[in-house]
Design a binder for this molecule. Sequence first.
Ligand code: FAD
Length: 463
Amino acid sequence: MAGRDYDVVVIGSGAAGLAAAVMAHEGGARVLVLEADDKVGGSSRLSGGHFYAAGTSVQREAGVQGDTPDAMYDYFMTLNQWKVEPGVVRKYCDYAAPTFEWLRELGVVYRPERVYVSGIDSVRRGHPPEGEGLAVVKVLDAERIRRNVDLALMTPAERLVTDENGEIAGVSAGGDEVRAPAVVIASGGFGHNREFLAKYWPDAQMGGDWTWCISGPKSMGDGLVLGEGVGATLGGHNRGLLLITPGFARDLEVSVPGWTVLVSREGRRFVNETAPYTVMAGLFRRNGGMAFAVFDEDARLAAPPASERNPSFNSEKLEEKAAAGRIVRADSLQELAVRANVNVAPFLGTIERYNADAALGRDSAYLKDAAHLRPIRRPPFYAVEIRPAIICWTGTGLRIDAEAQVIGGDERPIRGLFAAGETVGTFHGDVYIGGGGSYGPAVTFGRVAGENAAAFALASPDR
Ligand SMILES: Cc1cc2nc3c(=O)[nH]c(=O)nc-3n(C[C@H](O)[C@H](O)[C@H](O)COP(=O)(O)OP(=O)(O)OC[C@H]3O[C@@H](n4cnc5c(N)ncnc54)[C@H](O)[C@@H]3O)c2cc1C
C-alpha cells in the first residue's frame, strides 16, 4: 500500500510489545517491531513473569472457587481508595483471565499447585509461569516469528512523526523514517534514568546511594519522551516498586527473614516482618525511610545456608559483615541501640515485649506467625540496616484510556497512538496490587493496544 511502510509499528519487544505485535498481526496488520537492545524481552525476560488474574482455568484446577473479575475489581479499587481510573482498572480485571488463557494456549505452562496469594488480600491470584518471564517472552516471540512479523534489533525509536493534523504518521528510528498510521509504545519503564527518577519518582531517593535498578538495560523512559513529543500526557506521579535490602551486594532480595525484628530509628516495630513486599516500602517511608533488622547470636547461628535465594541472611555473610563493621554488633541490647543510633528506651521496651510474645508463642502487636518468633536473648546482638533501595518497576508513564489509546493535552486520544506495559502511568495506584500486577497488565494491555492499533490502521486512509 502506498504511503505507508507498515500498518502498525510497535516500539519495544517486552511482554507488552510482543503481545501487541502478535495481536496487531492477528487483526490483519503488517507490523514492525523496533527494539533498542540486541535481543528481545527487556525487563520481561528478567522477570518472574507472575500474572495476576481472577477467574482463570488454573485457579479452578487449583480449587480456588468463585473468584471473579468483579471481586478483583473491588479489591483493586478498595486497596487504592479509588485513586485510580476505574475504566482502565475494569478493563484489566475483565481481560486478565482471557489474556492468561491466551498465553496458556500459546504454550506458557502454569501449574495449579503454584497459584498463590500474591496480593494483600486472601485470594490466590498470582500465577507463576514455568521458566519465569523469559519463558513467556520466548513463547510470544516464537509466535511473532511464526507469523513473520518483522523485528529490527538495535534500532531505538527516536521520534514519532505526525502529519499536518497532528495524527501519527510514523516513527523515526536509526536515521530512517518508517511510515505507519498507528504506533504502539511499549518501551518499558525508566528505572535506569536517574534524571527521570528524581523528577517523576522522588520517593525512590529514599534509599540514597544504596539505590539500584534491576530492570532491563534500556529502561530509560524513552516512551515518555516519545509520547510527550507529540502532546501525550503523563500520570502516576511518584509511583513505583522498591524492594527492601541490606545492601550487601546487588542481589535480588524481596524481604527480610521472618526471624528478624524490624525496628525503626525511633525504637519501634512498625510492620509484621513477613508482610507482602508490595507494602514494605510504603511502611518504611512512613517510619523514617530505613529500619534495622535485629536478632541475636542464636538466630545468626541457626540462619539457613547461603544460596542464590539467601545471599545475605546466612551465618557466614552476617559474621563477615559484622566483622567489617557493616552490621552493628554489641554485647547488650542497650549498647546495640546506642551504637545503631536508635532511641534506647522504646527499643528496650520493644524487644522486651517481643521476647514476652515469643515465650507465649503469639505476636500480640503485629500478628506474625508464631513459627517465626525467636526471642532475642543471647549476645552478641545484631542490627542490620535495611533500606528500600531496589527499583524493580516504575509507575509514572503515558496516560491511556481503556482502549490503550494515549491521551493528549486536550483530554482526547492522540489518533493512531497506543501504549501498553510499564511505559503506561494510568493503571496502578499508590499500592502495587501484588505479584503479577505488572506482567499481567503488560500482556493484557499489549493485546488491547495491538488489536486497536490494527483496527485503526486498517480503517485509516493512506496519507
Ligand atoms: C527482576 C524483575 C522481576 C519482576 N517480576 C515480576 C513478576 O513476577 N510479576 C510482575 O507482574 N512484574 C514483575 N516485574 C515487573 C515486570 O516484569 C515488568 O514491569 C514488565 O515485564 C514490563 O514489560 P514491558 O513490556 O512493558 O517492558 P519491557 O519488558 O522492559 O520491554 C520494553 C522493551 O522496550 C525496549 N526499548 C526501550 N526503549 C526503546 C526505544 N526507544 N526503541 C525501541 N525499543 C525500546 C527495551 O529494550 C525493552 O526490550 C519484575 C521486574 C523485574 C526487573
